[in-house]
Design a protein around this ligand. Structure first.
Ligand code: GLA
Length: 513
């Protein structure tokens, strides 16, 4: 009897402690990013006995929880996340309760376990908000900026979420000291991950600890004779999961202008949980209107991966450039796919939509990877040449502080840049294609034509240009090799050159008068 009485309170204490935590409802797993913000993943849980069921909420999508248990203060559940080709990734959450919240560790997503806090949340925080009313369509007045494709630098390809204000300052310094600024590269653009954990009491967007003073940073970049760009999303969160402009479009546009920004990249991302693709035009128009009223000239860069035929309306919402594909990466397959393949939604090539490009409003096949180390010099020369023929923005994506001479020569080839910056901004067209050889041309304002002889093959190969295909009506032509920086003899009907694997020979062909 005595033993029994002693035993009871232990059981009772245990059940009092653990029975108090009501798991039913919304929860958030918060992982500190080290910049004063948290990466957040939301869950909806139901507890029945010791069994936990529910779902992980990812925007408009959810993944069911399996193997969920809660006993002795220990919470455990698994997500089977569907991957490519029917494969699933098993992600395990394991946490111990203390005072109504859990110290939680996630394993299986990425190489290392990730630890954070698992705390009670609300439906409002967990689920995407209702869409905002969409404005009636109208044409936003052209801001008159960037009559030739924008040139500059963007932080994403090299730094992704690690970019800091110091990096941005360093890039501004290097832009000038390397000669890039003189070559035409003007915009220093901060991509995602500058944003703070929450808006302030007045609803103003804030910065995280990596960007302690945006006004001072903009002033610094301006003091170098350069311009500065920023990034946001029409959804509540950016692609990296930081706060964005949903419901604060005008307020944010004013804030960006007040800080001194000259350029905004506006990235669809979580807006996809709220709006349909058909809503893209009015949603982008809303920010186009907000920028027009912001009191400062701001280049408007649309980033919605070429969906919804953006090239047909991008200029009408005030866009100066619009992405035409998903993200580029520093690999030949990515460059080749975006450059020559059918990566534009609707199974289209860049050339299929080239006629949309005009002064002040250009197709954007994404930023440059030149100098990031994943491709060869020939591949980077091809990248620079093709982007110039396409009148694409030239936004370097490498570390400008540590460029080799070869990379400098590629990014600062004045003869190729002149093709990119040609004031006529005429669409590129295909002159010939045979297997992996492609000849692409762009007519220039002075009547000459830039021509790229491309070899997509994995071996060096001959590529032929028929001079008559260039379309210049003149008895005599002259040609200049824009990478070798020397004249090429125009004789016979055609020119056949050996082009290195994944390489290019780029010419400027003109009439001799
Ligand atoms: C998307 C964009 C990228 C970059 C990242 C940032 O993936 O397409 O260019 O801006 O978001 O999170």
């Amino acid at each position: 009897m005595r033993r029994f009485i002693l035993f009871l309170p232990v059981i009772a204490a245990g059940s009092i402690l653990y029975a108090q935590t009501n798991l039913n409802g919304y929860w958030v797993f918060q992982v500190p990013r080290g910049d004063g913000t948290f990466a957040q993943s939301f869950f909806e849980l139901t507890l029945s006995g010791d069994t936990v069921s529910g779902r992980a909420i990812r925007g408009a999508n959810s993944t069911p929880i399996s193997e969920g248990t809660f006993s002795g203060g220990q919470l455990h559940f698994v997500l089977a996340i569907p991957g490519r080709g029917g494969a699933t990734t098993k992600v395990t959450y394991e946490g111990h309760e203390s005072g109504g919240k859990f110290s939680m560790t996630r394993t299986g997503q990425g190489p290392n376990p990730v630890s954070g806090e698992f705390v009670s949340s609300t439906k409002e925080a967990a689920l995407p908000p209702a869409p905002l009313p969409l404005p009636a369509l109208h044409d936003v007045r052209d801001n008159g900026l960037v009559r030739t494709p924008p040139m500059g630098w963007n932080s994403w390809n090299k730094f992704a979420g690690r970019v800091t204000a110091e990096d941005v300052k360093g890039m501004a310094d290097a832009m000038v000291s390397s000669g890039m600024a003189k070559a035409g590269y003007i915009y220093i653009n901060i991509d995602d991950t500058w944003e703070g954990a929450a808006r302030d009491a007045n609803g103003n967007i804030t910065t995280n600890t990596k960007f302690p003073d945006m006004k001072a940073l903009a002033d610094y970049v301006h003091s170098k004779g350069l311009k500065i760009g920023i990034y946001s999303s029409p959804g509540p969160l950016t692609c990296a999961g930081y706060i964005a402009s949903f419901g604060h479009e005008e307020q944010d546009a004013k804030q960006f202008a007040a800080w001194g920004f000259d350029y905004l990249k506006y990235d669809w991302c979580s807006a996809g949980n709220i709006y349909k693709d058909e809503d893209m035009r009015p949603v982008y128009q809303k920010m186009g209107d907000a920028l027009a009223k912001a009191g400062r000239p701001i280049v408007y860069s649309l980033c919605q991966y070429g969906r919804s035929e953006v090239w047909t309306w991008g200029a009408k919402v005030g866009g100066n450039l619009w992405r035409t594909t998903g993200d580029i990466s520093d690999r030949w397959a990515s460059l080749d796919g975006i450059g020559f393949g059918t990566r534009v939604p609707g199974n289209r090539t860049q050339l299929d939509i080239a006629s949309a490009t005009q002064p002040g409003h250009v197709n954007d096949p994404d930023m440059l990877e030149i100098g990031n180390g994943g491709m060869t010099g020939d591949e980077y020369r091809l990248h620079m040449s093709l982007w110039s023929l396409y009148s694409a923005p030239l936004l370097a994506g490498n570390d400008l502080r540590t460029m080799t001479d070869e990379i400098k020569d590629i990014l600062m080839n004045a003869e190729v840049i002149a093709v990119n910056q040609d004031r006529a901004v005429k669409p590129a067209k295909k002159l010939a294609e045979a297997g992996t050889s492609v000849v692409i041309a762009k007519p220039l304002a002075d009547g000459s034509v830039a021509v790229g002889l491309f070899n997509r093959a994995d071996d060096n190969a001959p590529v032929t240009l028929n001079w008559s295909d260039v379309g210049i009506t003149s008895k005599k032509l002259k040609a200049r090799d824009l990478w070798a920086h020397k004249d090429v003899e125009v004789a016979n009907e055609s020119l056949t050159v050996t082009v290195p694997r994944h390489g290019v020979v780029m010419l400027k062909v003109s009439a001799v008068r």
